[in-house]
Design a protein. Structure first.
Length: 513
């Protein structure tokens, strides 16, 4: 696709989009922020009213803009439930974009973006240099950091649990290519009670070895540093089902931290770097295990490269004709890199579009859909098996439509009993950098999720997002230790992990006999 074939930069009338809200207030019943602060501006209805005034040019104090529009988790619950189809999440992003251009951003978010907003960030280098890291495997529990006494300086509770990065990240300490043939001959021929899972793995391996299937694993910052064990499990499981895996050592941050902060120019630059890296390799699928990273690659990059006319990045009010319009000056906004942006857009269409799969999505296809595996009818000794439940990340479930697949994988595990938690798709309060910038509100939202977990009292909580994982480890640890007042206590020892890690653990157990 050439530059001339891209969408014209003509003004697009979006008045109807902005005025879809009929003020019913239904969004307030699903908004996790409104639920804990009980202020009109906390929900989408209030935010949309302020946004309309802002785009019409009314004077709104900077402090008020920050208060209203930075308190959004981008969980998309309001969009999913809105009977009118109002995309409040997009409108919030449009206001944040204008705020970012003015330098309006909470100081804590600026610090976190500077410290953690890249794959090789200065924060991780400093922490490892001073020994503030872990050498062993993460057990899935929240841990007190040796620098926890500094948390109040960032506005965090001193009781907060936070995982330390591993002493060695995944990238730079592993090869780029992981061939499936290195696991030849390790699968047992029969496994009794584990045969349903094992037969699905055998069939997938034979199928993919024959087709010489190769995927590229887009790891993401958080998994690379905080949860490299998950990356190891993802690669091992893919190899076991016969898939070769490329993990480019030079892959960059997807740009989500900048995108959701309204810094669209920085997000575009990150997207260019990512596509340049991906374009250098050959593969059938791009695999992600970070829900926000997957959402960026699937649906946000086409907007960043201006390959469609979706989005509200630049909203203006035409007083004469009384309409709101979108006038996205994409290449011009980073004019020195306009040609790189155009080339990256072409690279996206050729090498990325339609090829992105979440790891849970791919494993469900390979082990369940293609093998016609039915795990629901399998008998299990419910009284003896540990219980696992699942938290749906917003950007995987609502953002990518991947909802049933992770649950189906957990039901497939012979050594666990899957129990669905109440409101499993309710936001946990992580919200990317939200948990770092708004600790108090994030913790209150998280407490509601802790109540849902307490209703199940599981042994393991699985999720498919590294930020959700960090948030869940914190709220579970605080509740179990009695650091949060609640009528629903949690038992100690609940670990937080991901479906691929549980699957890898089960398969290791089966292979070991």
């Amino acid at each position: 696709m050439t530059g001339s074939q891209m969408i014209e930069k003509d003004r697009k009338d979006i008045t109807r989009d902005l005025l879809l809200c009929n003020r019913c207030g239904g969004c307030r019943s699903v908004c996790p922020v409104y639920d804990v602060i009980r202020e009109e501006w906390g929900g989408s209805r209030g935010k949309v009213e302020v946004a309309e005034a802002f785009f019409r040019g009314e004077e709104i104090a900077d402090r008020e803009l920050l208060r209203v529009f930075d308190l959004c988790l981008h969980c998309m619950a309001c969009e999913e439930s809105c009977p009118s189809g109002m995309r409040a999440d997009e409108i919030v992003l449009a206001v944040r974009t204008e705020m970012a251009k003015r330098g309006l951003m909470p100081w804590a978010k600026k610090v976190v973006l500077k410290l953690l907003g890249s794959m090789d960030s200065v924060a991780f280098r400093i922490m490892r240099a001073f020994g503030i890291s872990r050498k062993g495997r993460l057990q899935g529990y929240g841990t007190r950091s040796p620098v926890g006494f500094l948390y109040p300086l960032l506005g965090w509770s001193s009781k907060r649990s936070f995982p330390l990065p591993r002493a060695k990240a995944f990238l730079g300490n592993n090869p780029e290519l992981f061939p499936a043939t290195k696991l030849d001959g390790i699968l047992p021929e029969e496994s009794g009670a584990d045969e349903i899972l094992l037969s699905a793995v055998r069939a997938a391996r034979a199928r993919n070895i024959e087709k010489k299937t190769r995927v590229l694993y887009f790891i993401g910052d958080s998994i690379n540093h905080f949860f490299p064990e998950e990356a190891e499990s993802v690669v091992w499981v893919l190899n076991l089902i016969g898939i070769d895996v490329i993990v480019p050592v030079d892959q960059a941050c997807c740009g989500a931290p900048f995108f959701y902060s309204g810094d669209i120019d920085s997000a575009r630059k990150a997207a260019v770097d990512v596509v340049e890296c991906l374009s250098a390799h050959e593969y059938k699928w791009i695999i992600t295990s970070c829900s926000s990273g997957g959402k960026m690659l699937k649906s946000e990059y086409p907007r960043l490269f201006d390959l469609n006319d979706d989005g509200f990045f630049k909203v203006e009010w035409d007083e004469k004709s009384e309409v709101f319009y979108r006038n996205d000056d994409a290449p011009g906004s980073i004019r020195p890199q306009a040609e790189k942006l155009r080339r990256a857009g072409e690279g996206y269409l050729e090498k990325v579009e339609g090829k992105v799969r979440d790891i849970n999505e791919l494993l469900a296809i390979e082990l369940i859909d293609k093998h016609n595996t039915d795990s629901e009818g399998r008998e299990k000794d419910a009284g003896k098996l540990p219980v696992v439940t699942y938290h749906h990340p917003c950007h995987l479930g609502r953002g990518q439509g991947v909802k049933r697949q992770p649950e189906a994988l957990l039901e497939l595990l012979p050594g666990y009993r899957y129990v669905e938690m109440p409101d499993a798709d309710r936001c946990c309060g992580g919200g990317g950098f939200f948990t770092f910038v708004h600790d108090d509100i994030s913790s209150k939202v998280g407490s509601v999720k802790a109540d849902a977990i307490a209703a199940v009292q599981p042994d393991v909580v699985a999720t498919a997002c590294p930020v959700c994982r960090i948030q869940l480890m914190d709220i579970i640890s605080r509740r179990a230790e009695g650091n949060v007042e609640s009528q629903m206590p949690l038992k100690s020892g609940i670990s937080v992990t991901s479906p691929p890690e549980l699957l890898a653990s089960e398969l290791h157990r089966i292979i070991a006999g």
